[in-house]
Design a binder for this molecule. Structure first.
Ligand code: AMP
Length: 628
C-alpha cells in the first residue's frame, strides 16, 4: 500500500512526501484507512518507533474542519517531551493545511502563552493531563466540541499516576466522539479505561508487539553484581563511538551512575524525574545534538526520546517487567539502522534472561567483558585513526625546524612510541593487570550467590584501602541510608569549602557512611569546613580515614557543637512534597535545595575536567584511585 492509496487529502500527502515517508508502516496501513472510513473507537497496540504518531495524527488531521476555530481533537500523552514531539510531528503533517493550528500544553512552562495560543482558535490540542486540567479549570480550554480524543502511551500515563486526571478529562468531553487509544501494553488499568470510555473499539496490533525490532542484536555480559559499573566502563571503552542510553531502575541509581561516569571522564549525563524541567531540557538538548554520548535514564524519563541513530541501549539493571526490556531495546535499531541492546547481568539472573528470550523470540548472545588488552588495542587504534584523519594546521610549519632539531635523535619507531605513550600511558596503566570480570552462569539457571557474597567481602576490602598517592581519604558519617549520593557529596564539599573547587577523587558511598579522597593540600579545608556542618538535617562528621581499617561509623557528634550550618538539605523534603504543578511531566517540582546542590556538583565535576576524549577522561581519573 502507498500513501496515495490511503485516501488522505493531497495537502497531507504532499507534507509526508516532504518528510520522506514513502510507504506507510504496518500500523499506519491498518489504522489510516480504517480511521478515514469509520467513526468507531480504536485500540492500537504499538510502541514508539512504529510510526504510531502518524497512524493517529494523519487521519485526525484529515478529518479536522479547518474553518471551525475551536478544539476538535485532543491528544493526551504522559510527558512534556512526548507532547512537544507529537506537536512537532503534527505541525509537519499540517505544513500545507492552511488555517490549521496546533497547541501544545504541558507543565513546567509558563501557562500564559499556552492560554494565548488556545484563544487564537486552535483546532488540535496536544497536552499532558495535569496541564490540561489546569486549563480546563481556568476555563481556557473547552472540550465541548471535541470530536477526537487520542490517548497516546496510555499505559505510561496510568503508570505515572494520571488515572484520575484522565477520568476527569474524559468526563469533560462529549459523549459523541471518536476515541483512539495507543498503548504499548494492555495492563488491567488500560482495559478499564477502554471499557469505561470506548464503544465497541476495533483493536489492531502490528506484528507481535513483544518481539522488538528485528535489526537489534541482543547481547548480555555476566558479571558479579559488584562489578556492574566496571563492566559498564569497559563496554563504553570498547565502543568509543557509542551514542546510547544506559537504563537504570531508580532515580537514585541513575544519578549515581551518571555521576560516576562523569567523574571518570565519560561524556555522560543523567535524565530522571528529580531534575527540574530546565535541567532535563538542557540534558536532552545536548543528547539530541550528540554533544552528549551517553544518557543515563530511568524508563519514564526516557519516554518521548525520539532519536533514530542510537547505537546502543544498555540495561544497567534489568526491569522487572520483560515488556519494558522490549521497549528499551526498541530505542535502538530504528529507521533501518542497526543497534545493540546490552544487558549487564549477574549470575543470579539466568532465569530472567531465559524469560526475556522467550518473549522476544530471539537468542541473547553471551559476550565476554573485554579485558584490558582488548580495550587498549581498540582505544589505541582510535587514537591512531584520529591522528591520520586530523587536518594538518600549517600554522605549525614555522616551528617544524626547531621541533625536528629536538627530535633528531629519535628514529621513526621511537618517535611513534614516544608520541603514543605521551597520549596513552595513563590508559595503559589503568588497564594494566585489570582483572577478568566475567563470571560463569547460564541462562535459565541461577547460580547461587556465593560469588556475589564473596564479592561483597572483596568489595569492602577494596573500599578500605589506602588513598591514592598524594591524597587523603576521609570518612563521612552519611551514606545511602541518608540519601547521600556522589553528586550530593561533591556539592556538600563544594559548599562547605566555599567553592574552592576541590578536585574530589574516589568516592565510596556505603549504606551508613561514605569515604572520599581529596589531594592532601586540601585536608585542612575539608576538616575546618565540613565538621559540624549540616546536611539534610544530619550533622556532618568528617574524619581522616585510618586505612586500611574501615572507620567505624560512630555517627555524628564528635566535636560537640550541634546546630551547625545547614546546606539546604533540610528543605529538600519540604519543597519536594509541596507546591509545584500537579503535572508530573512538568517541572516546577524541583526543590531549591537539591537543585542548587546539583548545580554545584556539576560545576565541581566540570572543574575536574569532563571530556569525552580518553585523555580528558584520564586527566580527570588521574585524580582518583584507579582500580579495575
Ligand atoms: P513514532 O512511532 O511515531 O514515534 O515514529 C518513529 C519514527 O518513524 C519517526 O521519526 C517518524 O518520523 C518516522 N516515520 C513514521 N512513519 C514513517 C513512514 N511511513 N516512513 C518513514 N518514516 C516514518
Amino acid at each position: 500500500m502507498t500513501f496515495s492509496e490511503t485516501g488522505l487529502n493531497k495537502n497531507i500527502q504532499k507534507a509526508i512526501t516532504d518528510l520522506g515517508f514513502e510507504t506507510p508502516t504496518p500500523i499506519q496501513q491498518e489504522s489510516i484507512p480504517y480511521l478515514l472510513e469509520n467513526e468507531t473507537d480504536l485500540i492500537a497496540l504499538a510502541q514508539t518507533g512504529t510510526g504510531k504518531t502518524a497512524a493517529f495524527g494523519l487521519p485526525v488531521l484529515h478529518k479536522i474542519e479547518v474553518e471551525r476555530k475551536l478544539p476538535q481533537a485532543i491528544i493526551l500523552c504522559p510527558t512534556r517531551e512526548l507532547c512537544l514531539q507529537i506537536a512537532k510531528d503534527m505541525e509537519s503533517f499540517a505544513k500545507y493545511t492552511k488555517g490549521l493550528k496546533i497547541t501544545a500544553v504541558y507543565g513546567g512552562a509558563s501557562i500564559m502563552p499556552q492560554i494565548k495560543s488556545l484563544k487564537s482558535g486552535t483546532q488540535i490540542v496536544v497536552g499532558t493531563p495535569g496541564r490540561v486540567i489546569d486549563l480546563i479549570n481556568r476555563k481556557s480550554l473547552r472540550l465541548q466540541d471535541i470530536e477526537f480524543v487520542v490517548l497516546d502511551e496510555a499505559d505510561e500515563m496510568l503508570n505515572m499516576g494520571f488515572k484520575e486526571d484522565l477520568d476527569t478529562i474524559l468526563a469533560e468531553t462529549p459523549a459523541e466522539k471518536q476515541t483512539l487509544l495507543f498503548s504499548a501494553t494492555m495492563p488491567k488499568e488500560v482495559m478499564r479505561i477502554s471499557k469505561n470510555y470506548m464503544h465497541n473499539p476495533k483493536t489492531i496490533e502490528v506484528a507481535s508487539r513483544n518481539e522488538g525490532a528485528k535489526n537489534v542484536e541482543h547481547h548480555y555480559y555476566m558479571v558479579n553484581a559488584r562489578d556492574r559499573y566496571k563492566a559498564l566502563r569497559r563496554i563504553c571503552d570498547v565502543n568509543p563511538d557509542i551514542y546510547g542510553i544506559v537504563f537504570c531502575r531508580t532515580r537514585r541509581e541513575t544519578a549515581e551512575i551518571a555521576d560516576k561516569l562523569m567523574q571518570d571522564g565519560y561524556n555522560a549525563d543523567a535524565i530522571h524525574g528529580e531534575l527540574s524541567q530546565a535541567q532535563r531540557d538542557h540534558v536532552m538538548g545536548r543528547f539530541r545534538k550528540r554533544k552528549l554520548q551517553i544518557l543515563v535514564a530511568t524508563d519514564v524519563a526516557a519516554r518521548g526520546i525520539d532519536i533514530n541513530e542510537l547505537t546502543h541501549v544498555i540495561n544497567y539493571n534489568l526491569p522487572d517487567d520483560n515488556e519494558v526490556y522490549v521497549h528499551r531495546s526498541g530505542r535502538t535499531g530504528r529507521a533501518g539502522n542497526k543497534g545493540t541492546s546490552i544487558i549487564i547481568a549477574h549470575s543470579r539472573e539466568g532465569r530472567k534472561l531465559k524469560s526475556i528470550e522467550k518473549m522476544i523470540k530471539r537468542e541473547l548472545t553471551l559476550m565476554k567483558v573485554p579485558n584490558g588488552d582488548e580495550i587498549c588495542q581498540i582505544q589505541l587504534m582510535k587514537l591512531i585513526d584520529k591522528v591520520v584523519s586530523t587536518d594538518v594546521n600549517h600554522q605549525i610549519d614555522k616551528y617544524i625546524p626547531s621541533i625536528e632539531e629536538k627530535l633528531a635523535h629519535l628514529d621513526k619507531e621511537e618517535l611513534i612510541k614516544h608520541f603514543v605513550s605521551a597520549e596513552f600511558n595513563r590508559f595503559l596503566s589503568f588497564y594494566k593487570n585489570a582483572p577478568d570480570l566475567n563470571v560463569t552462569g547460564s541462562k535459565g539457571n541461577d547460580r547461587n550467590d556465593r560469588g556475589d557474597r564473596k564479592g561483597k567481602r572483596g568489595d569492602r576490602g577494596e573500599r578500605t584501602g589506602h588513598a591514592e598517592a598524594g591524597h587523603t581519604r576521609f570518612f563521612i558519617n552519611l551514606g545511602r541510608e541518608k540519601d547521600m549520593q556522589a553528586h550530593n557529596l561533591i556539592g556538600l564539599i563544594n559548599e562547605c569549602t566555599r567553592n574552592r573547587n576541590i578536585p574530589v577523587g574516589k568516592i565510596d558511598i556505603m549504606r551508613k557512611f561514605s569515604f572520599f579522597e581529596v589531594p592532601k593540600d586540601f585536608e585542612t579545608d575539608i576538616l575546618s569546613g565540613m565538621v559540624d556542618s549540616n546536611w539534610n538535617g544530619n550533622r556532618v562528621n568528617v574524619e581522616v580515614s585510618q586505612a586500611p581499617g574501615v572507620k567505624s561509623p560512630r555517627g555524628g557528634g564528635n566535636r560537640g557543637g550541634g546546630g551547625g550550618r545547614s546546606y539546604g538539605g533540610g528543605d529538600r523534603k519540604r519543597s519536594n512534597s509541596g507546591g509545584g504543578g500537579r503535572d508530573r511531566s512538568g517541572g516546577g517540582r524541583s526543590s531549591g535545595g537539591s537543585s542548587s546542590r546539583r548545580e554545584s556538583s556539576t560545576s565541581s565535576r566540570r572543574s575536574s575536567g569532563n571530556s569525552s576524549s580518553f585523555k580528558g577522561r584520564f586527566n580527570a581519573a588521574a585524580k582518583r584511585k584507579r582500580r579495575d
